[in-house]
Design a binder for this molecule. Structure first.
Ligand SMILES: [Cu+2]
Length: 192
């Protein structure tokens, strides 16, 4: 009867072991500029480094200045786990917010923010027409929005798996374990 409990434990361990890496979203490891950095000269680009490869589909980085303008220049580039975007020459001193939304290796979008502060004003001006159609693609979407994600970035499989949150797997594992132990205990009692 011990063997049944051991089998149940092994099954649970296997289940968690196999599913945990596949379900883990990308995590931002570092950035340049670093989060919270104070700079006296403007960076020419933003680099975000993640712990896993980023899928090169529909990634967005928006850099919002202290007065609200947008400061990215050009398209977002992906190289493995590194995502970069160019910057216009920066303008006013103050806090800039790097908002990102990238497509995780597991197919889920991951978004977050990094801020840095310019201690001295530059001579640049923010991108014109912040509300224009051309700029909306580089503006960070509101939390929870999928409207701006390209359709390719939202395959039905993504919706399916995101509809099955981690707690379902955890509860499933616990139920499996409990069932295994119950069977093991019952069998033990029957034999004694
Ligand atoms: Cu995920």
């Amino acid at each position: 009867m011990r063997r049944v409990a051991v089998t149940a434990l092994l099954a649970l361990a296997t289940l968690l072991g196999l599913t945990t890496p596949a379900m883990a979203h990308n995590v931002l490891v570092s950035s340049d500029p670093a989060d919270g950095a104070t700079l006296d000269s403007a960076p020419e680009s933003v680099t975000l480094t993640f712990d896993q490869s980023v899928q090169d589909v529909g990634n967005q980085i928006a850099v919002t200045g202290p007065e609200g303008g947008q400061w990215t220049d050009g398209d977002v580039q992906v190289r493995g786990n590194i995502v970069t975007v160019g910057l216009r020459p920066l303008g006013p001193a103050g806090e800039y917010t790097i908002g990102y939304r990238i497509l995780s290796a597991d197919g889920h979008p991951v978004q977050g923010e990094v801020t840095f502060t310019m201690s001295q004003a530059g001579s640049g001006t923010s991108a014109p027409g912040d509300s224009g159609a051309g700029q909306s693609a580089t503006t960070a979407p509101p939390a929870g929005s999928t409207a701006t994600a390209p359709t390719r970035a939202a395959p039905s499989a993504e919706g399916d798996s995101s509809g099955l949150p981690v707690w379902v797997w955890v509860v499933g594992g616990v139920v499996l374990l409990a069932a295994g132990l119950t069977v093991a205990l019952r069998m033990g009692r029957d034999q004694e």
